[in-house]
Design a binder for this molecule. Structure first.
Ligand SMILES: [Fe+2]
Length: 130
């Protein structure tokens, strides 16, 4: 299964939408590396890329929130912090062994992000377009 940024997930902000697309591509790359039984080096480089990309993307979103005086900043920031931490925990052991359990946890965590995009990031997109 491949993750993709379907129309219903678009926030209306071009920067955010492009980054969400890249982020889901980074998840797909990690899942591909695992399912293709790629070596440790390749899996760990996709793990690193994904975590770094999420950090950068969340920082961009928060920058847009601060610049625009977005009222939901605190709660959004708190979600991002917790999300990054759990993503690191889930992916930490994946380069040794992409176990079914790891993959299930990762998929669950990506679903959480997809719901966050569908609700919170869309609210942000609407606010930025005002
Ligand atoms: Fe967000």
């Amino acid at each position: 299964m491949k993750y993709e940024l379907t129309k219903d997930l678009e926030t209306g902000n071009r920067i955010i939408d492009n980054e969400h697309r890249e982020l889901l591509n980074a998840v797909n790359a990690l899942l591909d590396a695992c399912s293709a039984g790629k070596g440790r080096a390749q899996v760990s480089s996709t793990v690193k890329f994904l975590n770094d990309y999420v950090d950068r993307h969340f920082a961009h979103e928060e920058q847009l929130q601060k610049q625009s005086g977005y009222p939901g900043y605190e709660a959004h920031h708190a979600f991002h912090e917790k999300y990054k931490q759990t993503l690191r925990e889930i992916t930490a052991g994946m380069s040794d062994n992409c176990s079914i359990a790891d993959l299930a946890k990762l998929n669950g965590h990506v679903s959480l992000l997809v719901s966050h995009i569908r609700t919170e990031d869309k609210k942000l997109g609407a606010f930025l377009n005002k």
